[in-house]
Design a protein around this ligand. Sequence first.
Ligand SMILES: *Cc1c(COP(=O)(O)O)cnc(C)c1O
Length: 243
Amino acid sequence: MSAMEKSLIDRRFEDIEENLKVIRENIAQAALESGRAASDVRLMAVTKTVEPIFINHAIDLGIDLIGENKVQELESKWEHLHLEHCEVHLIGHLQTNKVKKIVGRVSMIQSVDSTHLAREVSRQSAARNAATDILLEVNIGREESKTGFLPEQLEEALGEISALPSVRVQGLMAIPPICGSESEARKIFSNMHQLFVDISAKKLDNISMNILSMGMSGDYRPAILEGANLVRIGSALFGARMY
Ligand SMILES: *Cc1c(COP(=O)(O)O)cnc(C)c1O
C-alpha cells in the first residue's frame, strides 16, 4: 500500500469515527424525545458498496449489526469481515432462487416482501433444521416501484406465515417514499408505527412484534420520534456511495 493510499484510508477511518459519534448522539437525542433510552434504538450499519476494511473499522468502533442488500455482494465480502461480535441482516429484495444461499448465514431477513418468499425461507430453513427470523416489509407509501405488503394485506399474510414451521416473524420493516418535509415523513412513520401496534395487540400465534425497522440516513430522526427501534444507516456513516 502506498503512503497516499494509506493516508486516504486513515482519513476515511476518521470520518467514520466522527460520523458514528454524531449518529449515536442524534439517536440518543431522538430516543429521549420519544420517551425512550438510547439503548432502546438499535443502529444498523448498512454496508452496500462499502469495502470490508471500512466495515471492519466500524465494527471495531462498536457496530454490532450490519445490513447488506445483495446475496452476491454479501458472499464476496463474508470471509473478509470480522463477524465474531457482529450480526448480519439481509435488507434487500431477495429472489426465491437465492434463499438457499442465505438461510443459516444471516441472523435475520428484514426484506420478506411476499408470502411466496416466506414459504421458501421456511422450506430452506427446515431443510437445515433451523428457523429463520424475518421481518415483513411493508410498502407503506403504496409505491408502484417498491415491493412489500400493502398495509391491508398484512393481516391475511401474517395468518398464512404464522402457519409456516421454520420462520419466526419478529416485526416489520419499511422504506418510506422520499418526503418533502419532516412533517410528511413523520406522518408516514406514524402510520407505520400504528400498524405495528395494531398487529401487536392482536397477539397472533407465532408472530412477535419486537422490531420496527425504519429510518435511514436522511430520516432516522423522525423515524425514531415515531417509534422506530431499529434504524438502518449507510451514507451518513460511511460517506456517499459510489457505484
Ligand atoms: C441503502 C439502504 C439503507 C441505507 O440508506 P442510507 O440512505 O445510505 O442510509 C437502508 N435500508 C435499505 C433497505 C437500503 O437499501
